[in-house]
Write a protein that binds this ligand. Structure first.
Ligand SMILES: [Zn+2]
Length: 85
């Protein structure tokens, strides 16, 4: 039984088809995120497929929304680390 791995948008749960305007966002350990077109995402990252590490987005709007959520998170984190300063 073949394993069908389909790619879904982490923003709106759309399923990737033939289109190629998708983006990926890779969350790093050190409060960094790398957002890039899927076509330019290294294949080893795509093959790793670890949940929560590589996120897929069906287009600019979903990618920007995710980046916005991520920025809120790191902003809160930075505020906590600066100890109210
Ligand atoms: Zn989407």
């Amino acid at each position: 039984m073949p394993i069908v791995s389909q790619i879904m948008c982490d923003g709106c749960q759309a399923v990737k088809k033939e289109t190629n305007h998708w983006y990926t966002m890779v969350i790093g350990d050190d409060h960094e995120a790398c957002l890039r077109p899927m076509a330019f995402t290294p294949s080893n990252l795509l093959q790793a497929g670890a949940p929560g590490v590589v996120q897929y987005f069906c287009g600019r709007l979903c990618a920007i929304a995710a980046l916005d959520r991520w920025m809120e998170g790191v902003t809160a984190c930075a505020a906590a680390e600066s100890n109210g300063g």
